[in-house]
Design a protein around this ligand. Structure first.
Ligand code: E4P
Length: 212
């Protein structure tokens, strides 16, 4: 399973680099880390040098398909490790098809239904991102949704997104999502499980040997 860090923070990426294949960003995340296009450009250059091979998801910001395709073209100038996120809107999915024809990887983001996912897949999406946390907030049964989604999505990768806690991660893993994206807090909660902590503390208390 591929793990992405839902972040644009260099310190966080450094901390989790051994575990992650890449990062996902969105306008909210970028707004917390950068102020101008020039900032973004400089930080991307730094990341490309510091983290070779890291996959970087950047989301288009235009409302119209043809402009999204132009943005994708610009994003691709940064290098081949970029994944273009487009929303599962009418214009977004139209753009996704064209962006795929340019040979670029795509991520159909803001996916909230089977039909959006099916359309994105049929139009050639590399990744499809169901926003499970937001769906649960809106009262949906996300366990049933993602279980059925796994049957619908076969040629694109499911990238489980908007995961707010370790239970969401467990669900994504259990149904066989191809990828997840999590922030630092959710990442750490995987290892703060009480049975793991207690078990390790017991071993530490009794341990009399070291192989060093
Ligand atoms: C994924 O690509 C998104 O950036 C992210 O998971 C959205 O999560 P949120 O619902 O917490 O904003």
């Amino acid at each position: 399973m591929e793990i992405f860090l839902d972040s644009f923070d260099v310190t966080g990426i450094t901390k989790y680099r051994d575990y992650i294949v890449g990062i996902t960003t969105n306008p909210t995340i970028l707004a917390q880390n950068i102020n101008t296009m020039d900032d973004l450009h400089k930080q991307l250059q730094q990341m490309l040098q510091q983290f070779p091979g890291l996959l970087i998801n950047l989301q288009v910001s235009s409302a119209k398909a043809d402009q999204m395709v132009q943005e994708a073209s610009k994003i691709s100038e940064y290098g081949e490790n970029f994944i273009v996120k487009v929303p599962c809107t009418f214009e977004g999915l139209k753009a996704l098809k064209e962006i795929g024809k340019l040979g670029l990887k795509t991520n159909a983001t803001l996916c909230f239904s089977f039909v959006q996912a099916k359309m994105a897949q049929d139009l050639g999406a590399t990744y499809i991102s169901p926003f499970l946390g937001r769906m649960q907030d809106a009262g949906h049964d996300i366990a049933e949704f993602v279980y059925k989604l796994r049957k619908v999505v076969v040629s694109s990768k499911i990238l489980a997104a908007s995961l707010r806690n370790v239970e969401h991660v467990e669900l994504a893993v259990a149904v066989g999502c191809d990828a997840i994206t999590i922030n630092e807090q959710v990442f750490d909660s995987i290892f703060s499980q009480s049975l793991l902590q207690k078990g390790q503390a017991m071993f530490d208390a009794l341990n009399k040997i070291s192989y060093l």
